[in-house]
Design a protein around this ligand. Sequence first.
Ligand code: SAM
Length: 248
Amino acid sequence: MNVKVKAGKLYVMGVGPGASDLITVRAARILRELDVIYTPTGKKGAQSLAHFIIEEYLSPTTKVCTYHFLMKADKAAKESVWNDVAQTLEEDVANGRKVGFITLGDPMLFSTWVFLLERMMSKRTEIPPWLEIVPGIASFSAIAAVSAMPLAMEDQTLAVISCTVSETALEQALLNHDCIVLMKVYSRFALIRDLLHRHNLLKHALMMADATLPTEQCWRDLATLSLGEQELSYFSTILINKNWQLSR
Ligand SMILES: C[S@@+](CC[C@H](N)C(=O)[O-])C[C@H]1O[C@@H](n2cnc3c(N)ncnc32)[C@H](O)[C@@H]1O
């Protein structure tokens, strides 16, 4: 007798910036139908924020697997986790499961998912038919909306930069573009504020932390903000628009 294994599928879904109702209708539908879901966490033992956001959409029969993606380890240790997770996802799909993998914001923007995608594509020339990537609302889109701060218009340019780059690269981005999104601000806030001050950009910049979450905070006057590095949420982003003067 020929036993047919049902076709498995991997759904990679962006769950948006924080509020549970900022995910797509498509992601909400898929979440109800999963056999297993993989949720990332940056800290061992910590609840995954992405899981918290979509918990209400999950079926009680879906198995939840939390993966600890090492944020501060060396490259080899991180790569070993990415290899492991990419392989597990593919094995689950091969076994006929409907597998979910969730990421904060949009999965194609500064997301660990991209390291897994790299591994999956390294042995293929085409996108596998068992993979579907569902976009999510990126944090900076949500921040622009919540703060009523436009991102770019007409012939203006927009740059999205991680503050982990060099000071020179940050400064070049500030000089070369009309609108700049600075992500992963945390420990570099003081340096960025100095750069904004030096280039007379403070009046065009705002920072938002934990956007659309109950702990959301927005600062429209970065010049006077006194903030210790420890106090700043990992989820902090600065928007700058040279053609938009902030109303306070
Ligand atoms: C690893 S990246 C994830 C980006 C995500 N894929 C996206 O589309 O927004 C983490 C950075 O995203 C930004 N971020 C994510 N969620 C945020 C939120 N709710 N409020 C403010 N910034 C957020 C912060 O700059 C944070 O350091």
